[in-house]
Structures are given as structure tokens and as C-alpha cells.
Design a protein around this ligand. Structure first.
Ligand SMILES: Nc1ncnc2c1ncn2[C@@H]1O[C@H](COP(=O)(O)OS(=O)(=O)O)[C@@H](OP(=O)(O)O)[C@H]1O
Length: 391
């Protein structure tokens, strides 16, 4: 009798155990079904391609249908831009939703990258190569453009931050030297602690078709900075530089137009082509969400360097260390310069090739080019959710 009671107890225990294991398996399967559903990257990629094609096809006559869901359509350009400013989160969300791969950096409320000081850099983007101590690491953030936008100023200003180390020269890895391999690239970098950000700037990346894919394959977490400037002023700056190197080149007007009287602009000339920001941005948005790209206004960088650099620091997720106290306006140069660090050191202005006088251009030519760029600019403002006021 006592034995059969023991047997019964054992049976009950066994029954209980089987029930528990069955419930456990059921719970696991439910969780798998709930969260583990495989993504459909091909469909997302196709949707991204379609969304981008829709957004960029009517470059000459921007259509309000390009406004993402959540932002009411508007007919007038000004209104359209106001709407975008009113719902930047929707703009960022639409851009992110159209992308083939999920964004890594958390979106800021203004749709411009990660939140201010949101934890250590290492947490936001693990350094690659070299372990935890002082080592050369692949860049976490890149200034990818644009040529003559003010990229040197941004790099020189940000490298004054103790959490940033930057390569001083342009490596041209992702456009000219990609075949040398990532290890070659890494070796070019300055040594950093794990908590520091490694940066590099090469402005030609922005217009290099393969650059977004290559940078993405280095790390999808790479933060991208683009310094943009009125495309007409940028083109004149670019031309001024070329003219100094090759004084025999044709005039700016001659290179800008295929037929000036008919207003046919030659967009195959690189000085003009680089300024078609909306078109170049298309390639980047196929790989990176808008929240991972920060746009610096080249104009505000001159009038309010601390303000623009504050936003760059927020984007990088580092403390606002570079502030008003770091800058002074150098009247002789006509540009902001970095203050002396101590009484013995010299104030630091950028070199002679930065902020030089431009070649004089006929105001009518400037107006024609402004007209040419206007729809591209509008498309660019719409895509990034910011009005750079180049008109
Ligand atoms: N603080 C300060 N000092 C000097 N220059 C400044 C500064 N901030 C922005 N800029 C503008 O930077 C323009 C050069 O842009 P980049 O550095 O991107 O040129 S480059 O592509 O690396 O050649 C340069 O263009 P130009 O004025 O045409 O020379 C400047 O207008």
C-alpha cells in the first residue's frame, strides 16, 4: 500500500514535469513566432528603390506627392518646406522606412542623428580593430563632402574635442585606394582610446557612386557628415581653385553652359555636377538612414561656427566642448578662427587656400545658375527636412 502511494506520488511529479516542459516549449514557439519572423530585405530594397525613384524623378518640377506619409501635401514650395519643418520626424521616419536595412543610430527628435551625449561612443559604434587599449581604429565618423563646402573647417574644429582624433590628410580610400584594403586604411588612422572617435575627411566621397556601399560594408554604423554650401558659390570656389592651378582653362561662363542664350547648363562639368546634392544623396540613402547623416550649413559655419559645431557634437553623441569660447572672428581673414589654447600658442586660422577671394562672375550668370539649381535645392531641402536658404 505504502509502495503504491510512493509510485502515485512519483507519477504525479512526472506528470507535472511533462506539463511544465510542454508549457515551456509552447512559450518559446510563441515568442519565436512573435519576434523571430524573418525580414524581407528584397521587398524592402525594392520599396526603397521605388521610393527614391519617386522622390527624385521629377527634379525639375518637384511634386508634393514626394512628401512622406504623416506630412500633409502642399502645393507651394514655401508651404511645402514649412510642412517639412513641421514634421521632421515623419520625414526621417519615411526615409528610414524606405531603406533596405534598419538604422542603427537612434533618431533625434529633429531627425538629425543620435541624441546629445547619449552614452559612450563605444556603445553607439564599437571600435573595430586593435582591442580595448590605445590602437589605430577604422573611422567611426566620416566627413564625406562636399568639396569646397567647408569640410576642412569642420574637421579642424571638431578635432579640438578631446573625444575626437582625426586623420589630417584626405585618405581617398573609398574612391581612389579601395583596392589597398581596410587594413591599409586602418593603419593610416591616428591612435585612439576605445572611448574616442576616429574621423577622416575626403570630400570627393559624396559624389563617388561606390562610396556609400563601401563605407556601409566597412560598418553600417558609420556616422556621415556632409557640409553643404550654395551650389553656385561652391562652383565658383571650385573654379577659382582650378584656375589657380591651371590658368589656361576656359572662363567660368564658358564651362558652365552648353548654350548660354538658351540657358542650357552643362551638368557634366564637375564644378556644376557636384552641386546637384539631391541626386548624390540618393545613393547614400540606399545604404544609410537619414538619421545617420548630418548636414552642416557651410554658410552658418562661417557666421555661427559654435552653433554649427554644437550640432555636430550632438550628432556624434559627445559633450558640447567646442563652444563660443573657442572662436574669434579674424577681420583680416574674414573668417572665424580658433582661439589660442594658451598665451604662448598662436591663434589658428585655416590656410591660405581656405577663404580666398573668388573670381568675379557676371551676376546674370549667377542668376541663371541659381535658376538651374533651384529645383534640385528644393528637392534636397525636402529630402533632408531643412531649408538652407540658398535663394
Ligand atoms: N573658418 C573658416 N576659415 C576658412 N574657410 C572657411 C571657414 N569656414 C568655412 N570656410 C570655407 O571653407 C571653404 C573650403 O572648403 P573645403 O575645406 O571643404 O575645401 S576642400 O574641398 O577641402 O578643398 C572655403 O571656401 P572659399 O571661401 O571658396 O575659399 C571657405 O569659404
Amino acid at each position: 500500500m505504502a509502495l503504491s502511494r510512493r509510485k502515485r506520488r512519483r507519477c504525479r511529479a512526472l506528470l507535472l514535469l511533462s506539463l511544465l516542459s510542454l508549457s515551456g516549449s509552447y512559450l518559446c514557439y510563441s515568442l519565436l513566432l512573435l519576434y523571430g519572423a524573418p525580414a524581407k530585405p528584397e521587398r524592402n530594397a525594392a520599396a526603397a528603390a521605388a521610393a527614391l525613384a519617386r522622390a527624385l524623378a521629377p527634379v525639375r518640377a518637384p511634386s508634393p506627392t514626394a512628401v512622406p506619409a504623416g506630412c500633409p501635401p502642399a502645393a507651394a514650395r514655401k508651404k511645402l518646406l514649412q510642412k517639412w519643418r513641421a514634421c521632421p520626424a515623419a520625414a526621417a521616419a519615411a526615409a528610414a522606412a524606405a531603406l533596405p536595412l534598419a538604422p542603427v543610430a537612434p533618431a533625434r527628435p529633429d531627425g538629425q542623428g543620435s541624441g546629445k551625449g547619449n552614452g559612450s561612443w563605444a556603445a553607439a559604434g564599437a571600435p573595430r580593430g586593435g582591442g580595448g587599449g590605445i590602437a589605430k581604429r577604422l573611422p567611426h565618423a566620416l566627413i564625406v563632402g562636399v568639396k569646397k563646402g567647408g569640410t576642412r573647417a569642420v574637421l579642424e574644429f571638431i578635432r579640438g574635442h578631446p573625444a575626437v582624433r582625426a586623420l589630417g590628410t584626405e585618405s581617398h580610400f573609398f574612391d581612389r585606394h579601395y583596392d589597398r584594403g581596410l587594413e591599409w586604411y586602418r593603419r593610416l588612422m591616428p591612435r585612439t582610446r576605445e572611448s574616442q572617435i576616429t574621423m577622416e575627411k575626403t570630400p570627393s566621397y559624396f559624389v563617388t557612386r561606390e562610396a556609400p556601399r563601401r563605407i556601409f560594408s566597412m560598418s553600417r554604423e558609420t556616422k556621415l557628415i556632409v557640409v553643404v554650401r550654395n551650389p553656385v558659390t561652391r562652383a565658383i570656389s571650385d573654379y577659382t581653385q582650378t584656375l589657380l592651378k591651371k590658368p589656361d582653362i576656359p572662363t567660368f561662363e564658358g564651362l558652365s553652359f552648353r548654350n548660354r542664350s538658351r540657358g542650357l547648363v552643362d551638368a557634366s562639368w564637375s564644378a556644376i555636377r557636384i552641386g546637384l546634392y539631391a541626386l548624390h544623396l540618393e545613393s547614400w540613402l540606399q545604404y544609410f538612414p537619414l538619421s545617420q547623416i548630418h548636414f552642416v550649413s557651410g554658410e552658418r559655419l562661417i557666421t555661427d561656427p559654435a552653433g554649427e559645431m554644437g550640432k555636430v557634437q550632438d550628432f556624434l553623441g559627445i559633450q558640447r566642448v567646442i563652444t563660443d569660447t573657442h572662436f574669434y572672428f579674424n577681420k583680416t581673414k574674414g573668417f572665424p578662427c580658433l582661439k589660442r589654447k594658451d598665451a604662448g600658442s598662436r591663434p589658428r586660422c585655416l590656410g591660405k587656400s581656405k577663404g580666398r577671394p573668388h573670381v568675379q562672375i557676371d551676376p546674370e550668370v549667377i542668376e541663371q545658375l541659381q535658376d538651374f539649381y533651384r529645383p534640385y535645392n528644393v528637392r534636397f531641402y525636402e529630402t533632408v527636412g531643412q531649408d538652407f536658404r540658398w535663394d
